[in-house]
Design a protein around this ligand. Structure first.
Ligand code: 2HG
Ligand code: ZN
Length: 477
């Protein structure tokens, strides 16, 4: 028997044993199912799990992991399949453990301002539950309709409101996790105050499912924004966007979001979605931002006067403040439709970078020059969360190029790009994580000492190396 067929035979035997051992567990192993459940939104790896299972309780997760440990079977945790780093992709015969069925959202504890949720709870449904209780779940992502809290926690997701509320990490009171051995742990209890040494909860947040599986969490909720004013501005330069942010902050205005898109993105959304352009001429960048006035007349007045003074001082030439919810929605539509329009147009290689705010204008100018030359200026799409110093760099594949060649070239160019990020003291992954896509490049953002300690941590939590292997840390170094 050839090596390949003996591997396939072993996988089939494992799945048969699994089905036998857990007769009531949903287990999908047709070719189509394995392809579907073995991937996320990235499209650069070939999914090849042995099967996908859908446990209904954390006890069941624990039993499955214990069983896999005994058999030496690797697993990949998965949820809404919306990841952008390949963290939930199974390429090597792993068992996909999909946590979608752990979707319970318990009643909100209003006095504590918290809610207990299963890992499979959908982000949008958590937002709705919080709102119904008069509270607010501040994490908002383009994928909110399908992404799940377990994945949001595993990647320490960011999104549109980081400038005001920070990443997911800030809003996790406690976590239930299951280790590869099957051991179940509750990290931090139901406490806000708990200074008792190492905070293991925070080690799991952002660990991309490499240490254990998050099966439930208690989330902290907060007060909802009161009255948001929405703006759409044409920027003469990215530097203006940073100056304007400084002006807002120095007036003690509560910025709720602060997003930017390049003219290429603006033109693309115009072409793909057919939106009418509100500006008389093109600008290099556009800004969409929101300020919370808290319903206070004096704050609205400050904002209006400040905007007038921006025109008078020539900071901007064309800028709008929404005068109705419909206006606000139409402003947001320019930002929210970029990813979708890009995926309609071409295969896209994504990078998600952060640099300190004071560096971002200079960084972006060099990046435009450098990356613009790779496949042509019209193939470079820059947008992101300017207020957080975070830029999404999307490169669209030229029609004539093979996908494999395109990917190889993008990975080659990554070295140049990440060296630039390093020079500007930035990060190669602002919010999407490392996963499979960037593991070879981790050293651009983490020192050898940090990587050594990360590897040691991995061994402590997962001594057999069966939990989401090959993600975040490249094998064998
Ligand atoms: C966003 O900010 C998401 O819209 C997706 O992080 C970014 O498509 C992308 O590159
Ligand atoms: Zn983003």
């Amino acid at each position: 028997m050839s090596g390949v067929s003996s591997i396939l035979k072993k996988r089939m035997e494992f799945v048969a044993e699994l089905k036998n051992h857990f007769p009531s567990l949903e287990c999908l192993d047709s070719a189509a199912d394995r392809e579907h459940w073995g991937r996320d939104w990235t499209r650069f790896h070939t999914p090849a799990p042995c099967a996908a299972v859908f446990p209904r309780t954390s006890d069941e997760v624990s039993q499955i992991l214990k069983f896999c440990s005994e058999k030496g079977q690797a697993v990949v945790p998965s949820g809404g399949l919306t990841g952008l780093g390949g963290g939930a992709v199974a390429t090597g015969g792993e068992l996909v453990v999909n946590l979608s069925k752990l979707s319970r959202i318990e009643p909100v504890d209003r006095a504590a301002g918290t809610v207990r949720v299963g890992a499979g709870a959908i982000t949008k449904k958590i937002q709705d539950s919080a709102r119904e209780a008069g509270l607010y779940w501040p994490i908002d992502l383009a994928s909110a309709g399908s992404s799940q809290i377990g994945g949001n926690i595993a990647t320490n997701a960011g999104g549109l409101h980081v400038i005001r509320y920070g990443h997911v990490r800030r809003w996790i009171q406690s976590l239930e996790v299951v280790l590869m051995s099957g051991e179940k742990l509750e990290l931090n209890g139901d406490l806000d105050k708990n200074n008792t040494g190492y905070d293991l909860r925070n080690i799991f947040i952002g660990s991309e499912g490499t240490l254990g599986m998050v099966t439930a969490a208690t989330l902290k909720l907060c007060e909802a924004p009161r009255e948001l004013k929405t703006f759409l501005w044409a920027l003469p330069s990215l530097k203006t966007g940073i100056d304007v942010l400084g002006e807002l902050r120095s007036r003690s205005l509560m910025i709720h979001s602060y997003e930017v898109l390049s003219n290429n993105c603006f033109e693309l959304v115009h072409k793909c979605q057919g939106f009418a352009k509100p500006f008389s001429k093109a600008a290099p960048y556009y800004l969409v931002f929101e300020v919370d006035t808290f319903g206070a007349a004096d704050v609205s007045e400050t904002l209006e006067k400040w905007m007038e003074s921006c025109f008078e001082r020539g900071v901007v030439e064309e800028a709008f403040m929404a005068s109705s919810p419909a206006d606000a929605r139409s402003f947001w539509a320019w930002r929210e439709n970029i990813t979708e329009s890009l995926s309609q147009t071409a295969k896209v290689y994504k990078n998600d970078l952060a640099v300190p705010l004071r560096e971002i204008a200079d960084f972006a100018a060099k990046l435009e020059k450098q990356a613009g030359a790779w496949f042509g200026e019209d193939r470079l799409f820059l947008f992101g969360h300017l207020g957080d110093g975070s830029l999404h760099v999307n490169l669209a594949k030229p029609d004539s190029m093979e996908l494999g060649e395109f990917r190889a070239l993008c990975e080659k160019h990554n070295h140049e790009l990440f060296a630039l990020v390093q020079t500007h003291k930035g990060s190669i992954a602002a919010e999407h994580g490392i996963g499979l896509l960037k593991r070879e490049f981790l050293h651009y953002s983490k020192s050898p000492g940090e990587i050594r300690l990360m590897r040691s941590l991995k061994t402590v939590f997962d001594p057999l190396g069966l939990m989401n292997p090959g993600k975040l840390l490249a094998p064998g170094r």
